[in-house]
Design a protein around this ligand. Structure first.
Ligand SMILES: *[C@@H]1O[C@H](CO)[C@@H](O)[C@H](O)[C@H]1NC(C)=O
Ligand SMILES: *[C@@H]1O[C@H](CO)[C@@H](O)[C@H](O)[C@H]1NC(C)=O
Ligand SMILES: *[C@@H]1O[C@H](CO)[C@@H](O)[C@H](O)[C@H]1NC(C)=O
Ligand SMILES: *[C@@H]1O[C@H](CO)[C@@H](O)[C@H](O)[C@H]1NC(C)=O
Length: 610
């Protein structure tokens, strides 16, 4: 009887799956011997905001469930964690997305073995496969693997659909979604679809890379697959070093009872299908039951050759109580604060959260980012929401004041600053708990990244000059209608900065801002003048129009504006008639082009750093 590792479609009951389609491939349980999973604790399933602590629900019957059976199923499907709930429902996942709770809460006996524990009501007894690397993975660890077909009737090349906003879809946004659930494989398709998985269905084939040629919807210079074609990415650090079917190298096939994690072998050659490596296991033995006596994370210091690469070993604090169940493992519960999706909202525009800070320098960086965002507010908020952009500008200045006052005298932070100078209209930050493998405890702190940052907020000074005109009364610090010339400054993204050192900050998403080569400063400034003119017309002139058209509106607009800045007192009054406003906007534009004709940025933006 051969073990058929065919594709079985399982019913998807997961929030991660955007569609209700049952695309996920379920592989059979692992029947080969493998290192016993380590008990990791009792975790809440389905807490608020966390519909599923483990992403995959096994189709195995819960009527005769044991820890061994569930663990084998998760192993066979390439997942790092196995969890048993409510007497024997088996779940698997690459991450555990729920808080750990007191051990006593998991108390239900398993249907298949009454002396084992199978969670509780909405509670999971979680076990962890100790053969995974403990490295913290980032999206940079996903390596492009080329273009693959995804058009089989038998199911998807990758099983899990990740819900990623398609209008801002990039390779990075997809990798982020797959990484968050611990999937080693990620694929982009059709310009805006994201798929994740532990294995690649064997119905897929590699095709010529040129066939994947759809631009990503959020970045047209990136490729996001094609029609029925995936751009595949692989993060081997999210794969088990000893997947199902793995055979210890050059061993004399004696069953190694005490396992050694000290020799991280290269993952099997076909990294994509860890379980198809011909499992000739004639023995249908269930995997060895997880014993709580051995500590699989401990490197057994054998006298054999020292392990070549730096070991991926963690120190486990094993509390070996004489009473059964409690064996702790290298699983840590961390509280993750998801920053608010945006922090300051004006009309249709919303500014993404600024990074936190704890010193003056980082505080000023946040201010720079804020200041560069003002033009994007006027450009995108729409009228009359754009009137609030003046407040946003004031808010940014408030940050600057904070940097150069509180931060000079001691402790300062974004949270503290916000207490004095709160953002408006954004969504609050959310906190949730998640479970990750513990970082190595004894190792030194993450090396203080001496490498230069890949992102550097622009110096808040404009390379272009605000023109002056005595007839109309505008000049530096006093632009027409109070609407400043959009900032042209250094490109804040290193990879782009190398070719295009300058950037016109007119979009809150920096990637969407135009950038310019060293010779392009003049163009950047004329584009900035044009943008200022557009905003002048759309916000200031329009404000004056509304004012004269509807008296109550004028006072409304003026009232709103009055509190924020002196100039606006006059909106809609005196020489601020719509026709005068139009003239002023126009004059300023012409002067702006003239004064910025021969911009010479000298040394500005020639070196990277902040
Ligand atoms: C439950 O599973 C065990 C093997 O794990 C098997 O020996 C036993 O017969 C099964 N019991 C039932 C009722 O299916
Ligand atoms: C039931 O589980 C206990 C504890 O893991 C184990 O010692 C025992 O062998 C299991 N019994 C069977 C029949 O598998
Ligand atoms: C996938 O692999 C399984 C097992 O090797 C095989 O039975 C099945 O036919 C394969 N499917 C395809 C589409 O190649
Ligand atoms: C788009 O993707 C390319 C290629 O990865 C990258 O170099 C570029 O900076 C990205 N641009 C934007 C606007 O995201």
């Amino acid at each position: 009887m051969s073990v058929s590792r065919s594709l079985v479609a399982a019913v998807a009951t997961l929030s991660f799956v955007a569609s209700t389609q049952a695309w996920n491939v379920e592989l059979p349980p692992c029947l080969d011997k493998f290192q016993p999973f380590v008990y990791s604790g009792c975790f809440q399933d389905g807490g608020p905001g966390n519909p599923n602590a483990l992403i995959f629900r096994s189709t195995l019957s819960s009527d005769n469930m044991t820890v061994e059976e569930c663990v084998a199923d998760c192993k066979g499907n390439g997942f790092r964690y196995a969890g048993l709930e409510y007497y024997g429902v088996c779940f698997c996942g690459g991450t555990v997305d729920g808080p750990q709770v007191d051990e006593s809460q998991c108390s239900f006996p398993c249907t298949g073995n009454k002396s084992e524990t199978c969670g509780g009501n909405n509670l999971l007894s979680v076990w962890q496969d100790p053969t995974f690397p403990t490295k913290q993975v980032t999206i940079g660890d996903y390596k492009a693997a080329g273009c693959y077909s995804d058009n089989s009737q038998q199911g998807r090349a990758l099983s899990w659909s990740a819900d990623v906003d398609s209008s801002t879809f990039t390779t990075e946004s997809c990798l982020t979604a797959c990484e968050a659930e611990g999937f080693p494989l990620a694929g982009t398709e059709f310009g805006g679809e994201c798929w994740c998985g532990n294995v690649l269905a064997n119905s897929t084939t590699k095709v010529d890379d040129s066939q994947c040629n759809f631009p990503c919807k959020g970045n047209s210079s990136e490729t996001c697959g094609g029609s029925g074609l995936l751009n595949l990415y692989i993060a081997t650090d999210l794969e088990s070093l000893e997947p199902c079917g793995w055979v210890p190298p050059s061993s004399s096939s004696t069953t190694t009872s005490v396992s050694t994690t000290s020799l991280p072998p290269p993952p099997p050659t076909s990294t994509t299908t860890p379980c198809t490596t011909t499992s000739v296991s004639t023995t249908s033995l269930p995997p060895p039951p997880p014993t709580s006596t051995t500590n699989p994370c401990e490197t057994t210091s054998t006298s054999t050759t020292p392990p070549p690469p730096p070991p991926t070993t963690t120190k486990c604090t094993t509390t070996s109580k004489s009473t059964s169940t409690t064996t702790t493992s290298s699983l840590c519960t961390v509280t993750v604060t998801t920053p608010p999706s945006c922090e300051y909202k004006c009309g249709d525009w919303c500014f993404p959260p600024l990074p936190d800070w704890s010193n003056e320098k980082d505080c000023l960086k946040a201010y720079s980012t804020c200041a560069a965002g003002v033009a994007s507010c006027f450009a995108q908020a729409g009228f009359p929401g754009a009137l609030q952009c003046f407040n946003f500008g004031q808010w940014c200045s408030g940050i600057q004041q904070y940097c150069s006052s509180t931060c000079l005298f001691g402790k300062c932070s974004k949270g503290d600053c916000w207490n004095h100078n709160p953002g408006q209209g954004g969504s609050p930050p959310k906190t949730s708990t998640t479970v990750i493998p513990c970082p190595p405890t004894t190792t030194t702190k993450p090396p203080a990244t001496s490498t230069k940052p890949s992102h550097c907020p622009p110096p808040p000074t404009n390379i272009c000059t605000q023109p002056s005109n005595s007839k109309y009364g505008y000049g530096p610090g006093n632009p027409v209608g109070g609407i400043s010339l959009p900032i042209v400054s250094c490109n804040d993204i290193y990879s782009d900065w190398r070719n295009n050192p300058f950037k016109l900050y007119i979009n809150q998403k920096s990637w969407n801002c135009p950038s310019y080569p060293p010779s392009g400063c003049g163009n950047a400034c004329s584009d900035a003048c044009k943008e200022q003119y557009t905003q002048c017309t759309n916000v200031y002139q329009k404000g004056c129009q509304d004012g004269s058209g509807f008296r109550w509106k004028r006072s409304e607009g003026a009232k709103r504006a009055l509190s924020i800045s002196q100039f606006t007192q006059n909106w809609g009054f005196g020489d601020n008639s719509p026709s005068n406003a139009a003239k002023k906007c126009q004059a300023q534009y012409q002067d702006c082009l003239a004064v910025n004709k021969n911009v010479n940025p000298k040394q500005q933006c020639k070196t990277w750093g902040c």
